[in-house]
Design a binder for this molecule. Structure first.
Ligand code: F3S
Length: 765
């Protein structure tokens, strides 16, 4: 209460319409649940239903909820295709408040502003494109250097009881401020921006009961490091993690954000905390007390109902929690600090830490930085310097400026700490590392959230261990993996033993947050500006305007060729690989050169090799698909079970459509990919008789009966012409039956060529 309360900013666009949400919730809770108590996550989701008066049944794990998010946030890598698709919708501006954050495309090398300047040159065309599109469509644009998406969202946009989606898997960070914030693929973001209901299968809810109070060295990060060990990387799939219990009132808002952020590592849809006094304080400190005031008046909406039922409950006693270290290579390999030295010795790892890295979207709060500074100040006082390289990534310019004003940066730099740009940097492989040889085995310790192989520096032999910023910092001074700062000593400048005392720090800055540099303020937008030209250089190989896909020709399909009959697992990674292809995300033609390159051909048991029936020669899948396209031959894919499982990557649908595929016939589809195909105007058909998969081969000629007059639930006949194996000049012909899951609305997408074409046509009429 002694903290200064700064002038509030305009909160009209960031305050949820609580009255409306509560009204919606009450309709759903009465009609569908007979007034039964609900969890907080259920309440927020159901309050955001598109059709609260029409939905008749909600079965968790089965029903698709049609939702209306309050906000969309995107980072610079994923937003490119979203914008390119949104351009096709023909809308003057986005239907919901949207922001773009330039944080992924900045490489950490020399540190701070220098690295931002370099990125402004190397990725100029991407930033110019996103900036101009933001101006045109009324999107708030946060330029490179302004900060990391999730920190900026927490500081500016998150609000208790709101629903937001973001094109980044750590979007759940905003759950620390009571927001249901879900990471999605680009096609989902386009839905919300274009005013189409956004679909989510009603998740189950894991309740995590927190009791007690963290002590000494334990921090909020240890809650999630410990929980990840319990749940494993798949334990949260299809669930929202909702925290409750007396322990939550002892946590800072930013600490809760850290916990929610890393909930992504157990596969949870998102994580959320109920409204607490620390959220109130954080909203006030970040100039949003009007939001805090409103939230206070709707407090009962912002917590679970008494006796709400969780699908599973886990209890954690904060008082007993000790620091944890997770890794290497997977975030759920969790080891309590007291057992970590043994773990290292048992594995025979070299007892050395090459670098300690703190900050990122996960752990760069004022509280994190002030607790870390308290440790560094102790070491400085005793003349002890870090043995490993020490890097600090502030999550935003506001944090960077506040750290500088309060002297934290100076202390960190005095011991050799290097402050990097307010950007993702080493967390996403944007780290020009010079201290190791290629493929050299080495260990780093980070306060980040993810530690898959190659993630930080592209070196598969770098072992990344995850810990709290306090543990990372203290262990960086020792430079040894077996060092336990709670029990072990170092040697000070006088040769005497030095042991760290407990870290301490302020939850929020005593003198308020500094605003950060003015030029990092986002573009202030009240509406789109239709006259703005979107900037795409004509010779760019990273950006390309999308052309609307052609509308359905109104006839049955004739003489389509089976490009490939895929055998076994075919994920979105097999259909549109990531890695080096990521830089072409904004260029459909170029990224299409990776189409299906991971798919296994059932005819020849080879990956990415198919027969070109026009030339009689074998070629790669993208090559042959292009050849067919150039010769005006449309093609189809025949696939096995669960085709398109994995991520929500919309390129897996966009690319096949772009290269000339109107139909995919599979034994079954993964749900998100099936929807993505429908959105891009591709018909996903399912064999009625599973064994009919065996009747098809690459090169078969396909026609349809039943596309004219296509209706929900009505089967489509596929007429197959095959070369007779004994006489290549003769063909045999037979029919098989397929079914589909298209709704009336989705059939309209198909008829119009894509969901976006349909929106565009409605805009024009
Ligand atoms: Fe960026 Fe790493 Fe967070 S990539 S958004 S800092 S998880």
């Amino acid at each position: 209460s002694k903290l200064p309360i700064p002038e509030p900013k305009d909160c009209s666009k960031i305050t949820p319409n609580y009255a409306k949400l509560v009204e919606n919730l009450s309709i759903v809770q009465k009609r569908i649940f007979g007034g039964q108590p609900l969890t907080l996550a259920e309440k927020i989701l159901y309050a955001h239903l598109w059709n609260p008066k029409e939905i008749n049944k909600i079965v968790k794990g089965e029903t698709y909820l049609q939702l209306k998010p309050d906000r969309v946030a995107m980072q610079d890598a994923s937003s490119q295709t979203v914008i390119l698709q949104f351009m096709l919708a023909g809308m003057p501006e986005t239907a919901v408040p949207t922001s773009i954050h330039c944080d992924h495309l900045i490489e950490a090398y020399e540190g701070g502003d220098k690295d931002v300047k370099t990125a402004e040159v190397t990725s100029k065309e991407i930033f110019d494109f996103l900036k101009s599109a933001s101006e045109k469509y009324g999107i708030e644009f946060w330029k490179p250097g302004s900060g990391i998406i999730h920190q900026i969202v927490l500081e500016n946009y998150a609000a208790p009881g709101a629903l937001m989606i973001g094109t980044d898997s750590h979007t759940p960070n905003a759950g620390g401020l009571g927001t249901i914030a879900i990471g999605v693929g680009g096609a989902d973001a386009v839905d919300a921006m274009a005013d189409i209901p956004w679909e989510l299968k009603a998740p189950k809810i894991i309740g995590v009961k927190l009791i007690g109070k963290l002590n000494d060295w334990a921090s909020p990060k240890d809650v999630i490091l410990h929980l990840a060990g319990k749940l494993t990387v798949r334990g949260g799939t299809g669930h929202i993690i909702e925290y409750f219990g007396t322990g939550i009132e002892t946590l800072s808002c930013t600490g809760m954000a850290t916990i929610c952020n890393m909930g992504a590592e157990v596969g949870a849809t998102t994580s959320v905390f109920p409204f607490t006094s620390s959220m109130h304080s954080y909203l006030s400190a970040t100039r949003r007390h009007p939001v805090a005031k409103q939230a206070t008046s709707y407090e009962s909406y912002l917590k679970a109902d008494v006796n709400a039922n969780y699908d599973q409950i886990i209890e954690i006693n904060l008082s007993e929690l000790e620091p944890h270290i997770n890794g290497p290579f997977t975030p759920d390999l969790s080891t309590p600090l007291s057992k970590f030295a043994d773990f290292v010795t048992k594995n025979g790892w070299k007892d050395e830490i090459k670098a300690g890295l703190i900050g990122s979207c996960t752990n760069s709060s004022y509280q994190d930085m002030s607790r870390v500074t308290s440790l560094v100040a102790q070491a400085l006082d005793k003349g002890v310097n870090p043995k490993s390289d020490f890097f600090i990534t502030p999550g935003s310019d506001q944090i960077r400026a506040t750290m500088e004003r309060d002297g934290q940066t100076e202390i960190l730099q005095k011991v050799g700490g290097r402050v990097l740009a307010n950007a993702c940097g080493p967390c996403i492989g944007q780290w020009k590392r010079t201290d190791i040889q290629e493929n050299e085995e080495n260990a780093i310790l980070t306060s980040f959230n993810r530690n898959f192989k190659n993630r930080n520096d592209g070196n598969p032999s770098t072992m990344n261990f995850l810990a709290s910023p306090e543990i990372v910092t203290a262990m960086t001074f020792a430079g040894r993996l077996t060092f336990n700062p709670l029990t072990d000593t170092l040697v000070d400048k006088d040769g005497k033993p030095f042991q760290f005392s407990n870290p301490s720090g302020d939850e929020l800055p005593k003198h308020g947050f500094e605003k950060g540099r003015e030029f990092y303020e986002p573009t202030q937008v009240s509406a789109g500006n239709p006259s703005t030209q979107i900037v795409i250089p004509s010779d760019s190989n990273r950006l390309q305007l999308l052309e609307p896909f052609p509308i359905w020709h109104g006839s049955e399909f004739h003489d389509l060729r089976v490009l490939i009959k895929v055998k076994g697992k075919c994920t979105t990674d097999h259909i549109s690989a990531a890695g080096r292809w990521l830089k072409f995300k904004g260029h459909l033609e170029n990224i299409s050169n990776n189409t299906l390159i991971g798919a296994l051909n059932a005819d020849n048991e080879k990956v990415n090799v198919v027969r070109n029936v026009l030339t009689g020669e074998d070629g790669s899948i993208p090559e042959v698909a292009r050849y067919y396209k150039e010769n005006n031959i449309q093609w189809i894919v025949v696939a096995d079970h669960n085709y398109g499982e994995g991520s929500a990557r919309e390129h897996a649908a966009l690319q096949v459509r772009y290269l000339g595929c109107p139909i995919i016939i599979a034994r079954s589809f993964a749900r998100i990919h099936e929807t993505n195909l429908k959105k891009q105007g591709v018909l996903p058909l399912i064999f009625k008789n599973d064994d009919d998969y065996n009747l098809l081969s690459g090169g078969d000629i396909i026609s349809t009966v039943g596309i004219i007059g296509l209706e929900p639930g009505k089967d489509v006949t596929i007429r197959i012409r095959k070369e007779k194996s004994d006489d290549k000049k003769k063909f045999e012909e037979f029919d098989i039956l397929t079914k589909h899951t298209m709704s009336e609305n989705q059939i309209e997408w198909f008829v119009m060529g894509s969901a976006l074409n349909l929106i565009a046509s409605k805009q024009k009429s």
